[in-house]
Each structure stands twice: as C-alpha cells, then as structure tokens.
Design a protein around this ligand. Sequence first.
Ligand SMILES: NC(=O)c1ccc[n+]([C@@H]2O[C@H](COP(=O)([O-])OP(=O)(O)OC[C@H]3O[C@@H](n4cnc5c(N)ncnc54)[C@H](O)[C@@H]3O)[C@@H](O)[C@H]2O)c1
Length: 264
Amino acid sequence: MENKVALVTGAALGYQAGGPSIGGAIAFRLAAEGAKVVVVDVEEPMGRRTADTIRERGGTALFVQTDVAKTAEVVQAVESTRREFGALHYLVNCAATYEGDIARNVVDISESDWQHTIEVNLNGYFRFAKYAIPLMLQSGGGAIVNISSGAAFRVIPDFSVYSVTKAAINALTRTLAIDFSPHIRANAVCPGFVRIANSEGERTPEQVEQWIGRVARGYPLQRVCTVDEIASVALFLLSDEASYINGQCLVVDGGRSIANAHEF
Ligand SMILES: NC(=O)c1ccc[n+]([C@@H]2O[C@H](COP(=O)([O-])OP(=O)(O)OC[C@H]3O[C@@H](n4cnc5c(N)ncnc54)[C@H](O)[C@@H]3O)[C@@H](O)[C@H]2O)c1
C-alpha cells in the first residue's frame, strides 16, 4: 500500500487507554502496510493520539477532527486530504455512536434518538462516500470498506435502530459497488462481538472477564473477536489481493451465525 492514501472514520483509540477501537486498529494496519492515513473522528485528543502513534512508528498520518453528521466537516476532511496528500485511494467507514437511549424497540425509542443514530451511523457513511468518491476517481480509483455488523442479518433484540442502520449499510455497500465499478470496489465487514476497550464500561476487571466469558460461550470458537482480526479482513478487502471481490458483506463471527445453537 506504499504511495496509497487511506481515510478511516471512527479511528480514535478507545475512550479508555485499553487499546484501539476497530477503526484505530485498521488505521494502524494501513500505516504499517505503507499507506498514508487520514484519521477521522469526532473525539479530538484520542483521534490525535492515533495519528501521533502512527507517526511515532515511522508512518505518515493526518488527524482531522470531524463529526460525520455534519456535511461541512466531512467536506473539510476530504479537502484536507486533497491538500495534504493530493489523492485518496481507500475509504473505511467505521464511525458509529451509541449515544442516547437506543437499546429500545421501535415503540419505546424516542424519535430524536432514532434520528440521531441514523444521522451518524448510516448518513455518516453516505456522506463520506458522497464527498470522498470524486477524489478517489480523480486518484485513479480504489476501494471502500464499510464496517457493518452481524446485526444487519440477525437483529439484536431491543436494539432496533442499530440493526436498521447496519442492514442499510449493506444495501449502501452494494449500490456503491455497482454504481462505481470498475473504478471502485466496495465491500462490507459484518463482525460479531468484538472486544474493544469501550466494551468494558463501568465494570470491574473481574466482572469484565466473567461477562466476556459468557459472551464467548455463544461462539463456536469459544472466544470473542479482536480488533486486529477485523483489521486483517478490512485490509484484505481493500488490497489488490481482493481485486475480484465487489459488493460483498462478509460476516466475521467465528461461525456463530451459521449454527443452530446459542451455546457451544
Ligand atoms: N465492537 C463490536 O462488537 C462491534 C460489532 C459489530 C460492528 N461494530 C462496528 O464497528 C464500528 C466501530 O465500533 P467500535 O466497536 O470500534 O466502537 P468505538 O465506539 O470504539 O468506535 C467508534 C468510533 O466512532 C467515533 N464516533 C462516534 N460518533 C462520531 C461522529 N459523529 N463523528 C465521527 N466519529 C464518531 C467514536 O469517537 C469512536 O472513536 C462501528 O461501526 C460498530 O457498529 C462493532
């Protein structure tokens, strides 16, 4: 990925110092493969830290604080990419919010929580596609990876808006794949449970291990996914190794969704 430019949304390190989010892990891997990385996140200190860490490791990175819900900021992030690096080849949409009281069915969720989640988690992916694709085309084409979720296929009970955004992201991925072929490939990654620093919340370390252990028993591999395992799949789909893969929504859940069982 030498001489390539990549933009990753939601690429701040986890809120706690425990490790990167999925987007942060993807940004690190892109930089390790030689790409110049534009780190995009609404969180200023943590997003800057991702870019600083890439530079400390000898890579090239630019942080642009951006709220994906705001068109002017998305346009500015793409413009900063053009100014700094002159091109864009890879787009990874990953930013998502869990703000508000969104663990609700459609009767119980407020309209404002529903709309805010759609605005960030779905329309944020649309906005970056809309404003980044022209620069990608001017740069000779490239590839998009949208981070979706297994919830696009098998909904999480009482988590209605999240599942709806992820199903729509899969449809968005397919329309991008068709509409911008043969210049841009677009694919989605649909993870099961991925352990991030954010998962830990207010729990004590012992409670976290018990909880993760319970979740892991629902997976055939008897463990949950790491951020690096999602980053590996994203890197593969962006790279020329996946040059004939287009419009696919790849489930990465250790085989959970194909099994007729809840515990293994
Ligand atoms: N962790 C999991 O188990 C899991 C499973 C399936 C899918 N996913 C998906 O992976 C992606 C990354 O999530 P994560 O688990 O790393 O969580 P995370 O909360 O660590 O990462 C999300 C990032 O998006 C940023 N963000 C939130 N609102 C934003 C906004 N308005 N503008 C710009 N950035 C914003 C956050 O600051 C954060 O850095 C999400 O799309 C999520 O739906 C996660």
